[in-house]
Design a protein around this ligand. Structure first.
Ligand code: SAH
Length: 213
């Protein structure tokens, strides 16, 4: 895998475009500048890796659009050493960014082929503390809960309570919720049984599905 001067230049332009589209979190822009997105995409799309678009990654799934990734990552407000659960490993790109931000990342994927590919790639890139699991995200990861943060990268019809209950008190989850079109929600656990919810705009994700493949 090569990261050429041209790739870096295209990445710089993408990051500049994200800034113009309203992304202000410098730490997020920095890691997006650092991480070669083309490593996480099929060879056929390599030249398009720095367009602000989603692309197919196999198993009928997509790597999210960079603007969406930047918004979700900014909303998550990851701090160094925080325990972060990601649902929907997909290509591994989002997990890698979280790793570069210093999080201790636990990422779950329901498709075996995607899980294996992402795990192999993330091990090879050695980007930080990232653990991959072939699991159904509807169950979360009880043996490692509670988490400081949870990020869901597939569109859920409602907020799965199992997941909100795996947040620390004071922790938060960023999750797109809705049928067809999703509203990005930030759920903050304010107490044992209390949660706050903020709406952050409309998005379109691949569906959050039950069971393993
Ligand atoms: N974060 C990914 C985006 C992948 S798209 C990236 O950076 O590339 C969303 C992913 O969520 C898909 O790979 C899909 O298979 C996965 N997914 C959907 N429902 C899931 C579930 N219940 N548990 C785990 N992963 C799930």
């Amino acid at each position: 895998m090569k990261d050429t001067y041209q790739h870096k230049e295209l990445r710089r332009k993408l990051v500049e475009a994200l800034r113009k589209k309203g992304i202000e979190d410098q730490a997020v822009l920095d890691v997006m500048m650092k991480l070669p997105r083309h490593f996480f995409m099929e060879k056929a799309f390599e030249e398009l890796a720095y367009e602000d678009k989603a692309f197919p990654i196999g198993s009928d799934q997509t790597i999210s659009q960079p603007l969406t990734v930047a918004i979700q990552t900014s909303l998550l407000e990851v701090k160094n050493r925080e325990k972060v659960l990601e649902i929907g490993t997909g290509s591994g790109y989002q997990a890698a960014l979280l790793g570069l931000l210093g999080a201790r990342v636990y990422t779950l994927e329901r498709h075996r082929a995607l899980y294996q590919q992402a795990k192999q790639l993330l091990e090879r890139l050695k980007l930080g503390n990232i653990r991959c699991f072939h699991r159904d995200g509807f169950k979360g990861l009880p043996e490692f809960a509670p988490f400081d943060k949870i990020i869901v990268t597939a569109g859920a019809e409602e907020v799965p309570e199992v997941l909100s209950r795996q947040l620390k008190i004071g922790g938060k989850m960023v999750i797109p919720v809705g049928k067809g079109v999703q509203e990005m929600l930030v759920i903050t656990r304010t107490g044992e049984n209390t949660f706050e919810r903020d709406e952050k705009g409309s998005f379109r994700f691949v569906p959050f599905l039950k069971g393993l493949e």
